[in-house]
Design a protein around this ligand. Structure first.
Ligand SMILES: [Zn+2]
Length: 284
C-alpha cells in the first residue's frame, strides 16, 4: 500500500504511556460493547465479566520503537483518508459527516464503553464515537489465524471499524440496539442481525478502499488479497473450527469467511454505499 506521512486522522496514541489504565467497567457502556462491534467474534459474556473493574498490572512508561511509530503514522494517515472519503460520500448523499476519534492503546485503556482490553480486538464504541485499536491484535491475526498481515490489513481493519461509525451516524446501530433491547427476538435471530451488521461494516470497508484508491492511488498488487485473507481468517466458521473443532451456523455473529469476502468485495467493486443493504438481503 502506498501512503505518505500527512497526518490529521484524529488519532490519540496512548501506547507507551504507562500506568495501569484500570477503571471501573460494567454498566451500560459494557453492554453496548457486548452488543456490537467486535471484529474478531468471540463470546461477549467473557468480555462482560473481564471488564468489571479488575485492576491490571502497572506498566512503565516507555519510548515507542521505530516500527511502532511508523504504524502510528500510518494509522493516522488512514484516519485522514477515512475522513476525506466519508466526507465526500456523505456530501454526495446530502448529509454531514463527523469523523470518529481513533485511539491506539496497549494492554488496557478507558473507553466510553467501559474498560478496553487487548483481548477484545479492535472495536468501535458508539457512546464516545471512537475506534479503539490495540496493535497486538495483528500479531494474533498472523500467529493464531494464519493471515499474512500487511499495511493494508491494518487499513482494512480500521476501515471496518469506521464502517461501524458510519452505521451509528446513519442510525443503524441504534435500530439494532432497539431490536436487542425489545427482547422480542431469539438469540439465533439476534445473531443473524449481528451478522448483517458486521457484513455491512465489511461492505463499507470495501467502498472506502475503492473510493480512496480512485482518489489517492494507494493500492498495490496483493493489497486486496491481504484484506480478503484477513476477512476470511476471522470468519465465524474459521474461528469456530479452530477453537471448538466444529461449525455451528446459528451462533455466527460476524458471518462466514465466504460472506465476509463477498461483502467486502461487493463494496470494493461497486464503490456505492446504496448497494450495502445486508439487512434486507440476509434477514428475509
Ligand atoms: Zn465489526
Amino acid at each position: 500500500m502506498k501512503w505518505t506521512d500527512d497526518r490529521g486522522g484524529n488519532v490519540e496514541d496512548r501506547r507507551g504511556l504507562g500506568g495501569s489504565g484500570a477503571i471501573v467497567g460494567g454498566g451500560l457502556g459494557t453492554l453496548i460493547i457486548a452488543a456490537i462491534v467486535f471484529f474478531l467474534g468471540g463470546d461477549p459474556s467473557s468480555i462482560l465479566s473481564s471488564g468489571m473493574g479488575n485492576s491490571s498490572p502497572q506498566t512503565e512508561q516507555r519510548e515507542l520503537n521505530a516500527n511502532e511509530k511508523k504504524i502510528g503514522e500510518m494509522v493516522d494517515m488512514m484516519g485522514k483518508w477515512n475522513i476525506i472519503t466519508w466526507n465526500q460520500i456523505f456530501k454526495e448523499n446530502g448529509m454531514n459527516y463527523t469523523p470518529p476519534k481513533i485511539v491506539l492503546f496497549e494492554n488496557t485503556t478507558q473507553s466510553g464503553c467501559g474498560t478496553a482490553q487487548s483481548a477484545m480486538g479492535p472495536f468501535y464504541c458508539p457512546a464516545d464515537q471512537t475506534v479503539y485499536m490495540d496493535m497486538s491484535f495483528f500479531n494474533e491475526l498472523q500467529q493464531r489465524f494464519g493471515a499474512q498481515v500487511t499495511e493494508f490489513t491494518v487499513a482494512y481493519v480500521l476501515a471496518h471499524e469506521v464502517g461501524h461509525h458510519v452505521q451509528t451516524l446513519l442510525g443503524t446501530t441504534q435500530k439494532v440496539d432497539a431490536l436487542r433491547r425489545s427482547g422480542r427476538y431469539s438469540e439465533a435471530d439476534m445473531n443473524r442481525v449481528s451478522v448483517a451488521t458486521e457484513l455491512q461494516a465489511d461492505f463499507y470497508a470495501g467502498v472506502w478502499a475503492r473510493q480512496t484508491d480512485n482518489r489517492e492511488k494507494i493500492l498495490e498488487p496483493g493489497d486486496i488479497e491481504a484484506a480478503i485473507e484477513a476477512a476470511q481468517a476471522v470468519g465465524d466458521d474459521n474461528i469456530q473450527k479452530r477453537s471448538q473443532g466444529y461449525v455451528d451456523q446459528e451462533s455466527f455473529t460476524h458471518g462466514s469467511s465466504a460472506q465476509r469476502k463477498e461483502w467486502f468485495m461487493k463494496g470494493y467493486n461497486t464503490g456505492d454505499i446504496r448497494q450495502g443493504d445486508t439487512f434486507n438481503q440476509l434477514l428475509r
